[in-house]
Design a protein. Structure first.
Length: 128
């Protein structure tokens, strides 16, 4: 099991009211976390935060991270929606064209009205 680092010596724990170096390493709220820095400037190489902190102090950082993830997910969902819409429009146009070609073909061979939805004359498929 990895060694849990001792907290900073210059800060006081708000829960225990003691120096962090005396209590953090034995506290259940002293947790490691590895995330991309949510305060990093856009279009820069992201900095990875990999350190121990009190779980309470992680809350603002994690809230920012969740907000960034939600924006990224919303953008990805919008992109997928647009692609589906384009594909759907293209598919509908293809189906309409296929139906028209099929109707014209059936009209040429004089297919039964039940097949052509009443679009043909009363030519019988089987002659008497």
């Amino acid at each position: 099991m990895a060694q849990v680092p001792i907290g900073p010596t210059d800060k006081k724990c708000p829960l225990w009211q003691k120096p962090m170096s005396k209590v953090c390493h034995s506290c259940d709220w002293w947790r490691p976390l590895k995330i991309v820095d949510p305060n990093a400037m856009p279009n820069t190489v992201p900095r990875v935060i990999d350190e121990y902190r009190c779980a309470i102090s992680w809350i603002p950082t994690l809230l920012l991270e969740v907000g960034h993830q939600q924006l990224a997910n919303a953008a990805a969902t919008e992109g997928v929606r647009e692609e589906v819409r384009k594909t759907d429009s293209s598919s509908q146009a293809s189906i309409v064209t296929l139906i028209e070609v099929l109707r014209r073909s059936l009209d040429v061979i004089g297919a039964h009205p039940a097949i052509t939805n009443g679009q043909s004359d009363n030519t019988k498929l089987i002659s008497n």
